[in-house]
Design a protein. Sequence first.
Length: 267
Amino acid sequence: MKTHIFFGNNVKFLRVRQKRTQENLAESLSMTRSKLNCIETGQTKSPSVEDLLKFSAHFKMSLDTLIKIDLSKLGELKLRELEAGNDVYIKGGNLRVLAITVDKENNENVEYVPIKTKAGYRSGYNDPEYIAKLPKYSLPNVPKQGTYRIFPTVGDSMLPIPENSDVTGKYVENWHNIKPNTPCIIILKDQQDFVFKLLTFQKDKTLTLKSLNPTYQPYTVLATDVLEIWEFHSFSSQNFPEPVSDFSVLYREIQALKTTIEKNQKI
């Protein structure tokens, strides 16, 4: 299997993003312009370790990222995170490459993943050509910062959110920043359907998945079995919400009574 090396193209791509000439960058790296040109054009197949480390330090990116990842295919948000020094390879993780599409104004689209394409999504989630074929929407009230995608849900495990809702999620890059019991869409390697659960990231690199519906028991999956995580942003549904149960009304009345008693005790 052929290994793709993106180092030279990435160096040129990042230099152009910084609006620097070859001569200017070469001077900062203490090398000749001709050497830099040979690296960018691929004429130098095996740059020295010293030179590789120079580029890594200058761009604040790990060698894994500079060599293995085609940076030109990443979204603007991800590029800014890398340029700010937030490279997950440096933190000891694996870089999850997110394929996106943009509109004519270079704004990211919100793609919709239909039910019939769920099985294919697991194999094409990081393929720009596959993502480009998904339906695209421009939604109101979606922040410009971040990448969003819409996933249809099935089942009643997250009631009172109705069955067959369309959940809009925000892409999560750093899973360690997820707060306990955060509602998320989780894409698992070996599971055909998408999972919509309350997610808690554990210290042993497992994820606990919990349903809002108490009839479903929580369970644990390995972080290595997870392809993507999308934090809940909003949902839409054609189903009218279930009426509030008598138990819910009783619970609220008990809580209100408890609050009243506590206030009277303080008087």
